[in-house]
Design a protein around this ligand. Structure first.
Ligand SMILES: [Zn+2]
Length: 395
């Protein structure tokens, strides 16, 4: 598929979501399967052995920050986590605040934000400036968000402090403006990862966490690009499947759909330790004719099985505990700030404001990953599958 066809498809997708057609931003990566040998590479100084540890550390150490409006509550949460943040202990200890006190609402919406290029001069609304990206992180931080990965949302493993709200930052297309190294091997401070790491250092309660959806574009680095998946994983990010060749899955046969996804998963598994490729994002948001193949399939003995599938567009995702949550069709919001005109109502600036406008719209954690707390009047929104964990309360 040529760039022109890709742009046309992009436009069709945008129209489908009610957006006016805009220029397609996505480069079509050349398809190729050259696999550079995996080499051991050092990280940028955050020397956690693996992503899980990195995240636990971040989550356990981020409570002492004085930016929180209620330091006492925060300290309690920190104690819980320092003892090991598993649910049993959290439930056993009586240190968590009353869900009503923090207005816990674990049936509220979760914004899943979709980023592409982070560039100084955006060519269209799919790209964002580094300044706008920082501004968005500021907004999220100020409004009580705590980043999680797509896989955490899909599995309903939302282990964040009481009173905070999950947000998922997703990055498609393995672009160098998302993750790059300077000549001396440091993470490029102007790349999305660099900006998130800096922000997380300044605001430990908003750690650098998110999900990257990769193709053989590999950050435009044919030599080290695949190894950079492992580095992302070590930094605590999720690395997910975006097909090997950024293929529009609606235009190819079932065999090619499976080849694209199997090779896409394989290039991650080859370098990410224990890397189960749990989630994928559909290139251009287009389903294959046989939808089930987006979830699972095989090519040449290589299997893949996704627990979560991300769409392109358009609004905040339901809570993973709500009846209308579909892990195999998670809506994403086009991240953009400062846009005007009718398109602006499809972008993150608009939706993040919308979530603030009325209480109850946004997911707010009770601090205990095992229980699902919500105002009792919302009970009918609960997926009955999770009834045994439900904790309705009188607001
Ligand atoms: Zn893409």
């Amino acid at each position: 598929m040529g760039v022109r066809a890709g742009m046309l498809m992009l436009s069709m997708v945008l129209v489908a979501f009610g957006l006016a057609a805009c220029g397609g931003a996505e480069d079509e990566p050349a398809e190729g399967e050259a696999e550079p040998p995996a080499t051991d590479s050092s990280d940028d100084g955050r020397d956690e052995a693996d992503g899980e540890a990195a995240e636990d550390d971040e989550q356990s150490s981020d409570r002492a920050d004085d930016a929180d409006p209620d330091p006492e509550r925060d300290e309690d949460a920190a104690d819980e986590r320092d003892e090991g943040s598993d649910g049993e202990e959290a439930a056993a200890g009586n240190e968590l605040p009353d869900p009503a006190e923090v207005e816990a609402n674990e049936l509220g919406h979760v914004p899943v934000l979709m980023y592409h290029g982070i560039v100084e001069e955006p060519a269209d609304e799919w790209q964002m400036t580094p300044e706008a990206f920082r501004e968005e992180l500021e907004f999220l931080h100020e409004h009580g968000y705590h980043p999680i990965r797509t896989v955490d949302l899909v599995r309903g493993e939302i282990d964040i402090p009481a009173g905070r709200s999950p947000v998922v930052l997703t990055f498609d297309d393995t672009l160098p403006t998302q993750f790059d190294r300077t000549d001396d091997g440091e993470v490029d401070p102007e790349s999305a990862v660099g900006i998130m790491l800096d922000f997380g250092e300044e605001h430990p309660e908003f750690p650098a966490v998110g999900s990257f959806y990769v193709t053989d574009k590999r950050f435009d680095d044919p030599e080290q690009g695949q190894e950079m998946f492992a580095e992302l994983h070590e930094l605590g990010f999720e690395v997910g499947n975006h097909t090997i060749g950024h293929q529009n899955l609606g235009t190819v046969d079932s065999e090619e759909v499976q080849r694209q996804l199997a090779l896409g998963a394989e290039q991650i598994r080859e370098v990410v330790p224990g890397g189960d490729v749990a989630t994928m994002s559909l290139p251009l948001g287009v389903w294959p004719e046989e939808r089930e193949l987006a979830r699972t399939g095989a090519h040449d003995g290589i299997e893949y099985e996704h627990e979560g599938i991300l769409l392109v567009g358009s609004d905040p995702a339901p809570s993973p505990f709500a009846e209308d949550f579909d892990p195999l069709g998670i809506p994403r919001i086009l991240a953009q700030r400062g846009a005007d005109g009718p398109d602006a109502s499809f972008m993150s600036e608009h939706w993040l404001e919308w979530l603030e406008e009325e209480p109850g719209r946004k997911y707010v954690s009770d601090g205990d990953p095992e229980t699902i707390s919500f105002p009792e009047d919302d009970a009918e929104r609960l997926d009955p599958e999770h009834a045994d964990r439900a904790n309705p309360y009188e607001p």
